[in-house]
Design a protein around this ligand. Structure first.
Ligand code: 26V
Length: 820
């Protein structure tokens, strides 16, 4: 699409006009915040014009479309990403220069929409970017949480959660679409009523919540097309307000309003335990019901009233089980509103829905108690029970007499509703997010389901958008790539492989190193400005940034740092290449042990800082409030990427891909997508250590792992363990970390000692870490490996991932294909 119209002149004039019409100031007199807004509004003006064209084309050709449903969309800031995707960055830069707007400073006025916990939400955002850039018709649907994921402050070495009120100054990018408002019904009961000689169920006595949509446009690269991310916001209907208002019962009026509007108030900060909270169930149904009603309305507007044809035009992807109530919700609409037969309704569902699983941790598999389910969603509960009956009858044919097996696969069993079972039975495709993860699903988690419909189960390895994570986050490396291999990689990231030919080019490697150093300086400046922390860019930057979880083993990492500290203290002659260990990540507020691990990290940081000689070689930095915006600064600066989960536990990981693309070397276990990273980059260019997934599962099933024996036999480990309880770390409170000591060596009642095998893998981790330091000293060797990581990262572009989803599941045509 040519965009001659949107030249520097147009941009300048539009910024000027937006500043005047919105704030009543000429740009020269505007505050920096107003300048940001005038600029962002201008970018949005351009996007909305393109959106109108793009939507027109989609509707004209009656394109088939995918809806990506997710309780989380961690999109990050949009200003620079949108300018970049509009292919108009330079013109905007020039215009800003002319108007005296500091572009980089402007960006910091944009609040980050923190509408996700971690990988699952960020993946959804990368997918929208790729879908749109590949010209595929798509819509993302989620909740417009008023409070995103909490902001993390570190106070006295501990995590403190602060509210993330991101909407407070208004959201520039969204467009409210009040005419698409729908009602979502909760509670009440189901009555059987006779209508036209037929008895049918009717949901009565319910309470209504309005779902009001706000759309955020998503621009494809080169303005390929513009899709939408729809954010549903909960609002109380005016009717309840007025009734109680007139009765003079103001407090009850407010209470009822709050009960409705609390649904989109806050994102749950847990990504581990399914706590079975009613509010979370209401959020899930709210998203599911509002979205399904919209999908039906949109279908009828574009394709007519025969909903049997829904699967011809609509694919729905369920991001983990969180939006799975869409399935019984579609059943409800087809049965109750469109008179579908039970079989036809089931058939439409199976041909429309697909489900992606993102975790095999048992505690994260969603189940709902029948009691709250039935009370909150009475009609949906009936449908789920009827589905359960149909499905169990079918299972009986496969597994006659095997009650336990069938109960294990049932949608409703032992007073619980099992969401993953519902998804497996009712979707046309079920996928894992890496090769290893998909194998584990087939062999273990969903084994019985796989046996009955093997063709439905497969793996599609995750990806990340190279537009945000390379072009936008690392402009210096991008410019060097352009210079070295031309610009083809920007449209086709697989072309990053062209870089392989330069892996032995000394001059190129020199420049590659220079870029890395500059990015390390950029990070150091950020840390100085934001945390008053001084970091030496000459040191190795070793980074572990991700949610704090036992299985991700930040604990093993910090125990190893303690080991290095001890070596320095014990041996006056010991020296090592200076190394800075960076940690970033949030702990779920209720996850006590994760918070304690975080506290251990900050205490080890302080311990080292107090020691004059150790602090010359070793430093630990905890990056506060890890989020998309500071990840964009952190990742390009990393030399080493820590991907050290207990093998078999990390479904894929996507941070691993971002680091790799930016030329960091992975220190990792053979877990999740690390397996494919190893295949792409070769064993010489990655630092692998530790048990394999198979060995781990062997250890678990034998039940003979004794962490205590390692503690007894390895004096270095013993020393570290004792430092957890002898006051080394926190003299006034020597018992502060005794919980971790106990956890690692003795275990607790229902759990073995060291369940994630930190001590078991410690020795192997220590060895690989030493090798990393040694290799880093040879800068020529290191840069070569680093450059090869970038060169081999094309496979991990989410464009490839989306291509696979499309070929195997969605079968969409790029919009241009319709126009031929
Ligand atoms: C789980 C739960 C459990 C119930 C309570 C609420 C809640 C909220 C979020 C989650 C998400 C857990 C799953 C998840 O984030 N998985 C991550 O997905 C990434 C994208 O596929 C993948 O790269 C990571 O390996 C995987 O941990």
């Amino acid at each position: 699409m040519t965009q001659m119209k949107y030249d520097k002149q147009w941009i300048c004039a539009t910024i000027e006009r937006n500043c005047m019409t919105n704030f009543g100031y000429p740009i020269a007199q505007a505050t920096d915040a107003q300048k940001y807004r005038a600029l962002a509004l201008t970018v949005k003006d351009q996007i909305m014009e393109l959106f109108a064209l793009s939507r027109g084309r989609r509707e004209q050709v009656k394109a088939r479309k995918v809806y990506y449903l997710s309780m989380e969309f961690l999109i990050g800031r949009l200003l620079s990403n949108n300018m970049l995707n509009l292919n108009n960055l330079e013109q905007y830069q020039q215009a800003c220069g002319e108007l005296g707007i500091d572009l980089a400073a402007s960006e910091d006025f944009e609040p980050e929409p923190g509408l996700g916990n971690g990988g699952l939400g960020r993946l959804a955002a990368c997918f929208m970017d790729s879908l749109t850039s590949l010209s595929l018709p798509a819509m993302g649907c989620t909740i417009r949480y008023e409070l995103g994921l909490f902001r993390q402050k570190i106070v006295d070495g501990q995590q403190v959660e602060m509210p993330d009120n991101w909407l407070i100054g208004g959201n520039i990018w969204e467009v409210c679409v009040p005419e698409d408002t729908v009602e979502v019904h909760f509670y009440g009961r189901v009555e059987q009523v006779e209508e036209n000689g037929r008895v049918r169920p009717r949901h009565v006595g319910y309470s209504t919540v309005l779902a009001v949509p706000y759309d955020v446009p998503v621009v494809g690269y080169g303005a390929a097309q513009v899709n939408r991310l729809r954010l549903w916001s909960a609002k109380a209907p005016e009717a309840i307000d007025m009734r109680l208002f007139n009765e003079g019962d103001y407090t009850r009026m407010m209470d009822e309003r709050d009960l409705a509007e609390v649904i989109s108030k806050v994102l749950y900060p847990e990504d581990r335990h399914n706590q079975g909270k009613e509010l979370r169930l209401r959020q899930q149904y709210f998203l599911s019901s509002a979205t399904m009603q919209y999908i039906i309305a949109d279908f009828r507007r574009n394709y007519g009233d025969d909903l049997h044809r829904l699967p011809d035009y609509v694919a729905i992807q369920i991001n983990d089980t969180h939006p799975a109530l869409s399935i019984p919700e579609l059943m409800r609409i087809l049965l109750d509103d469109y008179d579908f037969s039970w079989e036809d309704a089931m058939d439409v569902c199976k041909r429309t829905f697909s489900y992606t699983n993102h975790t095999v941790l048992a505690e994260a598999l969603e189940r709902w108690g029948v009691d709250i389910f039935k009370t909150t969603l009475p009609r949906i509960y009936e449908i789920v029970c009827a589905l359960n009956e149909t499905l169990c009858r079918k299972l009986w044919n496969y597994f006659p007499g095997q009650w336990d097996r069938i109960a294990h696969m049932a949608v409703v069993a032992y007073d619980q509703v099992h969401m993953a079972n519902l998804c497996c039975l009712m979707s046309g495709a079920v996928n894992g997010v890496s090769k290893l993860h998909a194998e584990i699903l087939k062999k273990d988690t969903f084994r019985d389901f796989y046996l009955i419909e093997p063709e439905k189960y497969f793996g599609i390895t995750n990806g990340i958008t190279h537009r945000r994570w390379l072009m936008d986050a690392n402009p210096a490396l991008s410019a060097l790539l352009d210079e070295t291999i031309g610009q083809a990689w920007r449209r086709d990231p697989q072309r990053l492989s062209d870089l392989t030919a330069h892996a032995d080019d000394k001059a190129f490697l020199e420049q590659f190193r220079r870029v890395k150093t500059d990015n390390k300086i950029r990070l150091s400046n950020y840390l100085l400005a934001h945390q008053g922390e001084m970091v030496d860019p000459e040191s190795i930057y070793d980074v572990q940034a991700k949610r704090i979880h036992e299985y991700k083993r930040q604990l093993m990492n910090i125990l190893h740092v303690m080991y290095l500290y001890n070596r320095i203290c014990d041996d006056a002659n010991f020296t090592m290449t200076p190394k800075t260990y960076f940690f970033g990540g949030k702990a779920a507020p209720g996850y006590v042990r994760a918070k304690l691990i975080l506290q251990l990290i900050t205490h080890v940081a302080a311990l080292i800082a107090r020691h004059p000689r150790a602090s010359r070689m070793l430093k630990v930095v905890f990056l506060e409030n890890y989020c998309v915006s500071n990840a964009e600064i952190l990742i390009p600066a990393a030399d080493v990427s820590e991907q050290i989960s207990t093998a078999g536990k990390e479904a894929s990981g996507t941070g691993n891909m971002k680091f790799m693309m930016n030329g960091a070397l992975t220190c990792g276990t053979l877990d999740g997508a690390n397996v494919e990273i190893t295949q792409c980059v070769g064993r010489n260019n990655i630092y692998l250590f530790g048990l394999t997934a198979e060995e781990v599962s062997g250890i678990y099933s034998h039940g003979n792992y004794r962490a205590g024996e390692i503690f007894e036999s390895d004096p270095a480990i013993r020393r570290i363990m004792e430092q957890l309880i002898d006051g080394t770390l926190c003299p006034p409170e020597s018992k502060l970390f005794s919980e971790l000591y106990h956890y690692l060596i003795f275990g607790y009642q229902h759990q073995i000692a060291d369940p994630y095998l930190c001590l078991r893998d410690f020795d192997s981790y220590r060895t690989i870490q030493a090798k990393i330091s040694q290799d880093y000293a040879n800068q020529a060797l290191w840069s070569r490996k680093a450059a090869l990581n970038t060169a081999c990262s094309g496979y991990f572009s989410s464009d490839r991932t989306i291509g696979e989803y499309n070929d195997r599941i969605w079968k969409l045509k790029p919009i241009e294909a319709y126009l031929k």
